[in-house]
Design a protein around this ligand. Structure first.
Ligand SMILES: Cc1cc2nc3c(=O)[nH]c(=O)nc-3n(C[C@H](O)[C@H](O)[C@H](O)COP(=O)(O)OP(=O)(O)OC[C@H]3O[C@@H](n4cnc5c(N)ncnc54)[C@H](O)[C@@H]3O)c2cc1C
Length: 439
């Protein structure tokens, strides 16, 4: 009788808990620990911030999901972990003992790296958490009454750029719809080496399509930029340039959760967790990690440092592999361990059009620098597919489904993506840091 504990009920953690519950016999317990009482479909938060949909549309209560799907739910923040004792401390709850642990705590936001970076006590907004999106929405509504320049962008070492493009281009569309666009210059400021890099270089057509769209919509791009400070009404760059704003949305750098940073040998200096291709920690055999909390190194050396984006689909694939491999370890299933291929598809919504970015895999082969496939395509259909995918995802979360075979089949037949493979299968894809650690 094992207790498998999953920390974090986001895009990786909740599907992993479902997958574990599905794979493990009833005598094993699956415990889900979350510092939030709702599951949130994070990609929907940009529309929430721009007042295009209510937050409730992208949330479901975890207590009710856990009860319906036989998960032992613990509400509270994990504040400490003792791998040798196999225990963790949950604020307001106490100690939990585990046999296996899956860490899927996503990103902790490094807001204090830049003076004045908001939202907590700063002057810019963010869309990274439900609270941030609500605060950003309140400020957006006030801004619409008194419009002025907008600055949208990302801090050095940000681990995700798609949401910043989406925010800039959706804001543009919304301002046009309201007849306000001519009063609002929009500037996109980014550490990326060029518009359309998005943290993943060399994706065919990504640069051309993204740069054309920014130009078409009259959005000024400042690339290779280091934001040094945010003041009440201006962003200051390291080269001294000042970008005045009436509204600013800046994505912060990402790091791992505080409790990870406090355990010697668990994570790197930023709190990201190294894993073997099976998602298992190289030192702590019963600890697995998935999603944004995993250490994946950006292979590009750029003038301003940037993180490597870990998409929702990558998070889910890592989490599914981890759940599968824990079930194999517990001898609940007879199967080979699985590894995520890190092949990624990302639908970015830009108002009346969108771009689908495909990088298979996200990390190119370290020897050849090549990917199996990569391309970007633009069209209004991307917006429809993204909306449909959100509905589908929320439905499967309600029904307690992880990453089912028909989803994998659909991605394979429509986009040629294979998300998971047996550990013994030859793979160019699993070129993570973990391989060097493992060897
Ligand atoms: C605004 C935005 C838009 C995005 N849009 C897209 C998109 O269009 N497509 C795409 O593929 N990806 C998108 N992404 C990326 C995607 O959201 C992430 O890849 C995905 O959420 C990662 O899943 P995760 O499980 O690692 O982390 P999360 O989904 O962030 O979940 C982590 C969970 O752990 C909880 N947690 C953290 N610390 C603790 C603790 N100490 N104790 C207990 N619980 C804790 C958090 O509260 C959270 O619920 C977007 C990201 C952002 C910020």
């Amino acid at each position: 009788m094992a207790n498998v504990v999953v920390i974090g009920a986001g895009l990786g953690g909740l599907p992993a808990a479902y997958e574990l519950r599905h794979l493990l016999p009833k005598e094993h317990t699956v415990t889900l620990v979350s510092d939030k009482s709702e599951f949130t479909f994070i990609p929907g938060l940009i529309q929430v911030a721009l007042n295009l949909k209510p937050l409730a549309h992208v949330q479901v209560g975890l207590a009710q999901l856990a009860q319906r799907h036989n998960l032992n739910w613990v509400s509270g923040q994990v504040t400490a972990l003792a791998p040798s004792a196999q225990r963790l401390t949950v604020e307001g709850h106490g100690i939990i003992a585990y046999d296996y642990l899956l860490i899927a705590t996503g990103a902790s936001l490094a807001l204090d790296l830049i003076p004045g970076l908001g939202p907590h006590g700063g002057y810019s907004h963010s869309v990274c958490t439900p609270d941030h999106a609500l605060e950003a929405r309140q400020a957006w509504l006030a801004f619409l009454e008194n419009p002025g320049p907008i600055v949208v962008g990302a801090a050095p070492e940000a681990g995700c750029f798609g949401p910043a493009y989406e925010f800039a281009l959706m804001a543009d569309q919304e301002l046009r719809r309201r007849g306000l666009r001519d009063q609002v210059p929009i500037t996109y400021v980014t550490p990326e080496p060029y518009a359309g890099h998005l943290g993943v270089s060399g994706v065919n057509q990504a640069r051309e399509l993204t740069a054309d769209l920014m130009q078409e919509r009259g959005i000024e791009v400042i690339d290779n930029a280091t934001i040094a400070a945010v003041e009440t009404d201006a962003v200051t760059l390291a080269d001294g340039r000042q970008l005045p704003f009436s509204y600013a949305m800046i994505l912060p750098a990402f790091q791992g959760a505080q409790f990870i940073r406090a355990v010697p040998g668990l994570g790197d200096e930023k709190g990201f967790i190294p894993v073997l291709p099976t998602q298992r920690h190289p030192e702590f055999a019963n600890i697995y990690a998935a999603g944004v909390s995993v250490k994946l190194t950006q292979p590009d050396v750029t003038p301003v440092p940037i993180g490597l984006p870990k998409s929702g689909q990558m998070a889910e694939a890592m989490a599914t592999a981890a759940a599968h491999n824990i079930a194999v370890d517990l001898k609940a299933i007879k199967a080979k361990p699985q590894v995520p291929t890190l092949e990624a598809l990302c639908f970015a919504e830009f108002g009346d059009t969108g771009i689908a970015y495909i990088a298979a895999p996200v990390l190119p082969d370290p020897k050849t620098g090549q990917r199996k496939r990569s391309y970007a395509v633009r069209g209004p259909w991307v917006v429809w597919v993204k909306a449909a995918f959100e509905e589908y995802f929320m439905l499967k979360i309600r029904f307690g489904v992880g990453m089912p075979w028909y989803e994998r089949l659909g991605l394979r037949s429509l986009f040629g993506l294979q998300l998971l493979k047996d550990v013994s299968a030859p793979s160019q894809a699993v070129a993570t840091d973990s391989e060097s650690l493992a060897s």
